[in-house]
Write a protein that binds this ligand. Structure first.
Ligand SMILES: [Zn+2]
Length: 196
């Protein structure tokens, strides 16, 4: 299975070229495929990863995700204003992930996870909310540690912080995908449990 595909226009390699085509060559997917019949827009591995992710969403036992229209995702949050903010950032996060913008993906999913955990535990401090969520069995030990790493990443909003890390913690697709998985999984659990 190929990891990357080559842009027929400039011969650079990508896993997903959608944004590149528009930005670099002002070509929509359709224009590009008309110009280069049969050319791929996303690599096999990217497609596979996306497909697996969707399959896992659809596996959920009592929530039919195919029917969940965007705005119903956070139905389990009582506060309407917060629900709208969650919904908005969730859309942003998914778009960033789709377009392989790993840093904003990590920051957005991190803040979504923080918000739902704070709502769920009723604790305002993220660190304490995280501890409570672990002791309540809302999150697993592994997730607990992963979310902790993300608390650090969020400080990378300050570029001097990222600079001072000297590459110890590196923004990567791996972390973006991990966070997306944790967030989707939490949403699924909370939806199942009902209103917060
Ligand atoms: Zn190109």
């Amino acid at each position: 299975m190929e990891k990357t595909i080559e842009c027929q226009e400039c011969h650079k390699k990508f896993t997903n070229m959608t944004t590149h085509l528009i930005r670099a060559h002002s070509l929509s997917k359709k224009d590009y495929q008309l110009k280069y019949p049969g050319a791929k827009i996303v690599s096999d591995t990217f497609r596979e990863w996306q497909k697996n992710r969707m399959d896992r969403l659809y596996e959920s036992d009592d929530v039919d995700y195919r029917k969940v229209a965007g705005s119903r995702t956070f139905d389990f949050v009582k506060n309407k204003k917060l629900r709208l903010l969650l919904q908005r950032d969730y859309q942003y996060a998914k778009k960033c992930l789709q377009n392989e913008l790993w840093k904003p993906t990590i920051i957005l999913y991190g803040s979504l996870i923080e918000a739902v955990l704070r709502e769920n535990t009723g604790i305002k401090n993220f660190k304490s909310a995280l501890n409570k969520a672990l002791s309540n069995g809302i999150i697993s030990e592994t997730e607990f540690h992963q979310i902790h790493v993300v608390r650090d990443f969020r400080n990378f909003v300050h570029l001097h912080k990222e600079l001072s890390e000297g590459g110890r913690r590196v923004i990567s697709d791996n972390w973006a995908k991990t966070l997306s998985d944790i967030c989707e999984s939490l949403i699924r659990r909370f939806r199942k449990a009902g209103k917060l």
